[in-house]
Design a protein around this ligand. Sequence first.
Ligand SMILES: CC(C)(COP(=O)(O)OP(=O)(O)OC[C@H]1O[C@@H](n2cnc3c(N)ncnc32)[C@H](O)[C@@H]1OP(=O)(O)O)[C@@H](O)C(=O)NCCC(=O)NCCS
Length: 178
Amino acid sequence: MTENGNVFSLGDKHPQIADDVFIAPGAQVMGDVTIGKGSSIWFNCVLRGDVNTIEVGEGTNIQDGTVVHVSRRTHPTVIGSNVLIGHMAMVHGCILKDWSFVGLGSIVMDGCVVEEDGMLAAGAMLTPGKVIGKGELWGGRPAKLMRTLTEEQITSNRTASPHYAQLAQVYRSELKVD
Ligand SMILES: CC(C)(COP(=O)(O)OP(=O)(O)OC[C@H]1O[C@@H](n2cnc3c(N)ncnc32)[C@H](O)[C@@H]1OP(=O)(O)O)[C@@H](O)C(=O)NCCC(=O)NCCS
């Protein structure tokens, strides 16, 4: 258990969390979950590594109210470094590569892959096994290719995760119970 009491072992499955990770109060992380340096898990997220594994790389942010889960035997969830996952997303049994962007309120289902700099628009549902190519923007329910992002949009998307990583360190040092 952490000082927030929100990191749990499940039998012999112990979360492995780098020292400077910010896990906000109300977030819950359990079982076979690995979280790399500088990542942040915001308020009321659930990362449930029970029947398969969850990996989160470095400098990644998983924003408030997001649920990350897995499928038994078939689909672990692998989230790379500097990934942005917006508020209230549902990320299930999929692979999100470095610098990918999952819009707020969107759903990523089993077997999906979001390649580097790939983006899923807010409110989208990426159905099982779909692959968002490098630098592509997909949106809608079910999600379809909307367009390819410009270099400027990719550069702009890439500013968000470092910003979140900084904000997380502010929260680590300044957040206090009133
Ligand atoms: C998709 C997105 C990148 C906007 O792309 P865009 O190409 O600039 O879109 P525009 O605002 O110019 O709108 C173009 C069309 O796409 C539609 N559109 C915009 N966002 C959409 C979305 N999320 N899903 C489906 N359609 C969308 C617009 O309604 C518009 O349709 P129209 O031509 O029929 O009027 C943006 O809406 C988005 O989803 N950003 C993610 C924000 C987020 O989740 N942040 C994380 C929290 S920090």
